[in-house]
Write a protein that binds this ligand. Sequence first.
Ligand SMILES: Cc1cc2nc3c(=O)[nH]c(=O)nc-3n(C[C@H](O)[C@H](O)[C@H](O)COP(=O)(O)O)c2cc1C
Length: 351
Amino acid sequence: MRVGPIVVDPPVVLAPMAAVTDLPFRTVAEEHGVGFTITEFLSAHALMVGDKKAQGKMTASLGGRKFGVQIFGREEEPMAIAARMAVAIGASLVDINMGCPAKRVVAGECGSALMREPEIAQRLVRAVVAAVPPEVPVSVKHRAGWDATHKNAPEFACALVEAGARMITVHGRTRTQGFSGSSDHEIIRLVREAVPAHVPVIGNGDVVDVAGFQRMRDATGCDAVMIGRGAMGNPWLFARIAAVAAGRPDPGPPTIEERRDVFRRHVALIGELKSGPRVLHEVRKACAWYARGLYGCNRLRIEVWAAPGVEAAVATTEAYFTELLARRSRLGLAPEADRAEMDGAAVEDAA
Ligand SMILES: Cc1cc2nc3c(=O)[nH]c(=O)nc-3n(C[C@H](O)[C@H](O)[C@H](O)COP(=O)(O)O)c2cc1C
């Protein structure tokens, strides 16, 4: 898939996720072959007034890899300024969030609230397009619509394209659905059908495996697929999709050693790239992520969350993987947790 000068190959994109798709995780995803990454959404107003937290999250991919910055807002001037700031740090694409369902965002009439005001949405796109050089495409990510009776994604996407958007991502849920129900393939198909063929449409929602990627492409005709939650602790999904998309066999799920190595890599990246009080939280999250679904993962999770510091959390996780490898060679057992344990992890995740 191509958007302006950016080639997205394989046609799979890491979804922007607040407090998740930071630079360490984007790097891990890139190292596993994802086609493109975008920062989490950043308030244009916060960027404009020099908010250090927002600016700290606007990070360029490592190694000169192309990346996008996602911004949100409702006023043209801050959006234009934020877009220029994104270009100044090397962004190859500026994405505008018009899909966030969060109350605090919608209350400010940003995010998915803009789906009810297409003229304002168009004005924002025009302002951002005018602010960036022509080689930097401006894209929009939005939902199916506001609610079940206002699924206006096809008309909305066309209005945005008319205003200058060069790529559209659709999460096939409405704002009122939040994350309940399922992502509607049909509305994504209708957007693909409505938008001019030269404008890529990315399908998003509920893809967690290679079969889901294929289903999304087949059912919607989308040009690429965006994956969020399914990639958390599972960057191998990108490598598997890359292989299948290139006509090679699916390399299958990771071994215990591969999980341990990527856990180490992720923690090392956190150490290199982050500082401050959130480091321990980020490390604990990475420890739990790469053990998910494995035997004893719930116990590890509890121990890691009780660990007093980064070193203790890492040492606990290292010991866990060592124990798991010994168990495998002793018993010849597959590393997967039994069903009850997996369900327990799911309940904890939802909490
Ligand atoms: C924790 C979390 C944070 C998110 N933050 C953003 C965000 O900053 N910008 C955005 O456009 N969407 C955000 N989303 C929505 C995702 O990008 C994606 O549209 C949604 O999760 C559906 O895709 P999935 O089923 O592959 O996760 C977020 C989702 C989650 C779970």
